[in-house]
Design a binder for this molecule. Structure first.
Ligand SMILES: *Cc1c(COP(=O)(O)O)cnc(C)c1O
Length: 496
């Protein structure tokens, strides 16, 4: 069996999973991918009797061939335990005639926890004695806090989070700026998420910065471009399928559909990996918000980011360049890295690219894509709450609307809707949808929602209001490089 990852932009690259996790992405700016993914299969029949942690071990063993069984077991045990408020880690609940896969039971109430509790544990086994790694992360809100929690106080690791000033919710901001730990740094940047992400990518490729940091310190990424974060997400696709089999909702071998609210295309790509590894999935229904670059792509095969950027009620999906889509292009072009490189050069030069009809058809075989406006998101939250007593966050609700559109032409196939955040992370939009009046104070809105819906407020969100603010920097985009240099010093060399 193949043991190496390669780059989406150059198939002569050969790199172990460990090195790929350490580096984050390739020197040619491509993303690391596993060639011939479909040659490896996870044994579905065996899964049915396993718990979440067992399934995680089975999936990771396939995709991280250079990790020992002991390293995988230890990482999984450290990542998925009582820090999640559900024993199932990612429980499935039945709502109406569809199922909701709740991915928000981790320590920060966001689905990002699933990847970011495990990535740092894997990173531990990647670093050798004198290695130090500084994680740089651009966040549209949820990644930041989840990454901070995952990396907090780990030896020889530090983390810097950049978030768009004014571009995240009040609760998300509070969660980040109250983070403790001796190796965590947070700065707001004057710009939107794409500015943050573009500049972080630039820093990774900045040779002068690399030299200044020296041989000991390397930079890495906790964004879903890192395979160490992407691969853990493959697990819950298998686990949710197992839960449906065990509940008697489907028989082993039956096809299912998944609906996935999308930003950087990491979550849904992990689902596609599960399909390549043998999970019987008919269709992935991909949902955008009004930043619908991807939905337009699905119509004509033209990816065009030259358009206005909207701040929506589902801010974690306010993204114009879905980085992980590059990985799908790699697989759907028959692993043609020259072709993918050409497309990505076009994107960099002109902000757009066009794929061939053949490749678009090939993508549409497995994926359907649509979008939801803010008004439709609010309507969906209200409808599902009023009819089923189930409270969705705005991202999940964006998925719900597109799911219903898709189901007009496929009513039979069982549907699993991925829920990516607790409704309490985005209380204003949720309150606007289900309460007659939304209070001015966000904490009060949380309490009002809990009183009306009886859905419990997750503990971390209840407590965040009382914690001291530890991070107050607001910087220009042009100051990010200096900020990184300075924080590397502070975290690794200035300690008493
Ligand atoms: C990150 C995030 C998404 C988008 O996930 P991708 O992997 O970037 O596609 C959707 N919803 C919420 C709440 C998120 O935090």
């Amino acid at each position: 069996m193949n043991k190496f990852y390669t780059s989406t932009r150059n198939n002569s690259v050969k790199i172990s999973a460990k090195d790929a996790i350490k580096k984050g992405f390739a020197d040619d700016k491509g993303l690391f991918v596993y060639p011939n993914l479909g040659n490896t299969q996870v044994d579905l029949d065996k899964l049915i009797t396993l718990d979440y942690q067992d399934i995680a071990r089975a999936v990771l063993t396939k995709l991280l061939p250079d990790f020992s069984a002991a390293e995988i077991s230890e990482s999984v045990a450290n990542a998925y335990h009582s820090s999640f408020d559900s024993e199932k880690i990612t429980p499935v609940v039945n709502v109406d005639n569809f199922h909701v896969l709740e991915l928000f039971h981790g320590p920060t109430s966001a689905f990002k926890d699933v990847g970011l509790q495990l990535l740092p544990q894997l990173m531990k086994h990647v670093l050798t004695e004198n290695n130090k790694v500084m994680i740089l992360t651009a966040t549209s809100g949820d990644t930041g806090k989840a990454a901070l929690e995952g990396f907090k106080d780990l030896h020889n690791m530090g983390i810097i989070v950049f978030y768009p000033n004014g571009g995240v919710s009040k609760v998300q901001k509070l969660q980040m700026v109250t983070t403790g730990g001796n190796n965590t740094k947070v700065a707001a940047i004057k710009g939107n998420f794409d500015d943050a992400q573009t500049n972080v990518k630039r820093l990774f490729n900045d040779q002068s910065l690399k030299q200044q940091l020296g041989n000991e310190v390397s930079l890495s990424s906790a964004n879903s471009i890192n395979i160490g974060r992407l691969i853990p997400q493959v697990v819950y696709y298998f686990d949710s399928y197992k839960q449906l089999v065990n509940a008697g909702s489907i028989k082993a071998g039956d096809q299912v559909n998944f609906t996935v609210p999308t930003g950087n295309f990491g979550d849904v790509l992990a689902g596609y990996y599960a399909k390549l590894l043998g999970l019987p999935v008919k269709k992935f229904v991909v949902a955008c918000n009004e930043n619908n670059v991807l939905a337009n792509f699905f119509e004509h095969g033209v990816y065009d980011r030259n358009r206005p950027f909207y701040q929506t009620v589902a801010p974690s999906m306010d993204i114009q360049v879905s980085s992980n889509f590059e990985r799908l292009l790699y697989y759907k072009s028959g692993e043609d890295t020259e072709y993918v490189k050409q497309l990505m050069d076009d994107l960099e030069d002109s902000g757009k690219y066009q794929v061939s009809k053949e490749i678009l058809d090939n993508i549409q075989k497995d994926f359907y894509c649509g979008y939801s406006t803010d008004q439709e998101i609010e309507n969906s939250i209200a409808t599902v709450y009023n009819e089923n007593g189930y409270l969705m966050d705005p991202h999940t609700a964006a998925g719900y609307k597109v799911m219903r559109d898709y189901q007009k032409s496929d009513k039979q196939t069982p549907m699993i809707l991925l829920s990516t955040a607790s409704p309490y992370k985005f209380v204003n939009a949720v309150s606007d949808a289900v309460l007659p009046k939304t209070a001015n104070d966000v904490l009060q809105v949380m309490r009002d929602l809990a009183a009306e819906t009886h859905a419990p407020i997750p503990e971390n969100l209840r407590k965040v209001w009382e914690l001291p603010i530890k991070h107050e920097s607001v910087i220009e985009k042009s100051e990010m490089k200096d900020y990184v240099r300075q924080k590397v010093e502070e975290v690794f060399y200035d300690k008493d």
